[in-house]
Design a protein around this ligand. Structure first.
Ligand SMILES: Cc1cc2nc3c(=O)[nH]c(=O)nc-3n(C[C@H](O)[C@H](O)[C@H](O)COP(=O)(O)OP(=O)(O)OC[C@H]3O[C@@H](n4cnc5c(N)ncnc54)[C@H](O)[C@@H]3O)c2cc1C
Length: 481
């Protein structure tokens, strides 16, 4: 029997396992290896807090690329969503913990040992994978406890890296009142609720932390620090705008596209519409645009436009945005614009020094500091022992921007000698350098489907998969927006 090992049991790993079960035409064993966050739910959907909402509307959160309404249909099985009118439910931002239940349930269902008369099963390993060595026609996955398993194919679905360490006194900062990984439960470490809190970053994780503090009736001031001081924008109802994008936006270089975008953003503003519509309309083309750009274009985009792009692209539900805006108005939430220069212990509290944009330092002292700066962006600076070993052995190579590992059109990992690995595949955040847009469910579900097809095909257990960028492949992305 063939064995496919998947390292990482968040959205990508779990739904890839589900698709392998759905699509396999013969006996198959899937080994789902996961540690750190709950299997099925991963980092994003492991939260237990009811105030943490999805930032994508329910209509676009199906986990299955070939069943666009799968999540909506599942929601109907729950009493609280059963009677909501279809048009309303489609646009609702569901709590992420409910979405985690959906993913976990889907995984559980497909983990059944017998399917359609042939043996296909998922085995769960609550272990850290630390290395992969190649053997004849396959690989051995080595665990931190010294155990190992043999596999014919291995899928890397390891998710985002932890946030980068913060500068302390010559070493990464640690302190009981400092939360370095914001996705783990931190409510048990809260000080007296009249104390101030500093949130490092002003993105989606900071919004999550603000919502939790608000739900706990926080009385101290909440400071949020970032270089640009930009909070996420709210979702909005779009308008018909067929003038954009042009027929093949992936043929445009960065400068041409930037000029065109500016022009259409201006036109949209003139129509009284939100200019982010132009960003949304590029979404199904983003991966191809990125792949066609030169390295110089990619670098320039990261330097000049990425921060603005992210703010427009990763938006939040309107009522969440309203709560943030109200807190800003009444001073409960304050934005500090500048670079985080250093963190230092101040007894039971933490002192944060921010190099302000005017040149002067701002010093904040808080009973709790949470690192919400987002995943570490330099792949090689990440701390994963697995990747350090794979990089050392040349089993994977970083992309030219050091965002992740290099893959080819069908997610096959490139080795140091430039050849496609016969065994290793990668999807999700670790392939950001190849695709740029590889963060949210609408793109990830497509990857989990296609990589499952490819691995099964190579094991002689399924039909060929459409190659990246082909029409058949593009169809899977069609209902993204
Ligand atoms: C807080 C948050 C909220 C988000 N909200 C949304 C949303 O509303 N809508 C949307 O479309 N997208 C959202 N996203 C983006 C996206 O859906 C997630 O990033 C996605 O779930 C990524 O899934 P993943 O499986 O790649 O990674 P993860 O969920 O990070 O899972 C990876 C798993 O692999 C484990 N792992 C890593 N290395 C090893 C190893 N060596 N051995 C064993 N296990 C290992 C990790 O510990 C983890 O459990 C959100 C992201 C975050 C972080």
């Amino acid at each position: 029997m063939h064995t496919i090992a998947i390292i990482g049991g968040g959205f990508c790993g779990s739904i890839a396992a589900v698709n392998l079960m759905r699509l396999s035409e013969g006996p198959l064993r899937v080994a789902l290896i996961n540690c750190g966050f709950p299997v099925g739910r991963g980092v994003a959907y492991g939260t237990r807090r009811p105030e943490h909402l999805l930032n994508v509307a329910a209509r676009n959160m199906s986990a299955l690329a070939d069943h666009p309404n799968h999540f909506l249909d599942w929601l109907r099985t729950r009493t609280e969503y059963a009677d909501i009118p279809e048009a309303v439910l489609r646009e609702t931002f569901i709590p992420r913990r409910v979405y985690g239940d959906y993913l976990r349930g889907l995984l559980q269902w497909h983990a059944r040992p017998i399917r359609d008369g042939h043996a296909a099963s998922i085995e769960f390993y609550d272990k850290e994978a630390v290395n992969i060595t190649l053997r004849d026609g396959g690989a051995t996955v080595v665990f931190a406890d010294g155990d190992s398993i043999a596999a014919d194919k291995v899928l890397l679905a390891t998710g985002n890296q932890r946030p980068a360490a913060m500068p302390g006194d010559g070493a990464p900062f640690t302190h009981p009142a400092y939360i370095d990984v914001p996705w783990h439960d931190w409510e048990s470490r809260l000080p007296d609720r009249h104390q101030d809190v500093v949130l490092l970053g002003t993105g989606l994780t900071t919004v999550d932390a603000f919502l939790t503090l608000s739900a706990l009736d926080w009385r101290g001031t909440i400071f949020a620090v970032s270089r640009n001081g930009l909070l996420p924008h709210a979702h909005f109802r779009g308008i018909e705008y067929p003038e954009f994008p042009p027929e093949d936006p992936s043929a445009l270089g960065l400068n041409e596209l930037a000029v065109l975008l500016e022009e259409h953003c201006g036109r949209l503003r003139g129509l009284g519409a939100n200019p982010a519509i132009a960003v949304d309309k590029l979404r199904p083309h983003t991966q191809r645009i990125w792949r066609n750009w030169s390295l110089a274009d990619k670098r320039e985009f990261c330097r000049r436009y990425a921060a603005r792009w992210n703010v427009l692209r990763h938006r939040i539900a309107q009522d969440v945005h309203q709560r943030v805006t109200t807190a800003l108005t009444d001073g409960r939430l304050q934005i500090v614009k500048g670079t985080i220069a250093a963190l230092a212990s101040a007894g039971s509290r933490v002192r944060v020094t921010v190099a302000g944009t005017s040149g002067a330092n701002v010093v904040l002292e808080a009973g709790l500091v949470i690192n919400g700066t987002g995943p570490q962006t330099s792949f090689t600076a990440g701390s994963s022992l697995l990747y350090r070993n794979l990089l050392t052995d040349g089993r994977v190579v970083v992309d030219e921007l050091d965002m992740g590992v290099q893959v080819d059109e069908d997610f096959g990992v490139r080795e140091r000698d430039g050849r496609r690995s016969p065994v290793l595949f990668a999807i999700g955040p670790p392939i950001k350098g190849t695709l740029w847009e590889t963060t949210a469910v609408p793109e990830l579900r497509q990857q989990t489907y296609r990589v499952a097809q490819t691995m099964l095909e190579e094991c002689g257990l399924g039909e060929p998969a459409p190659r990246l960028g082909t029409t058949a492949d593009q169809e899977l992305l069609e209902y993204c927006i």
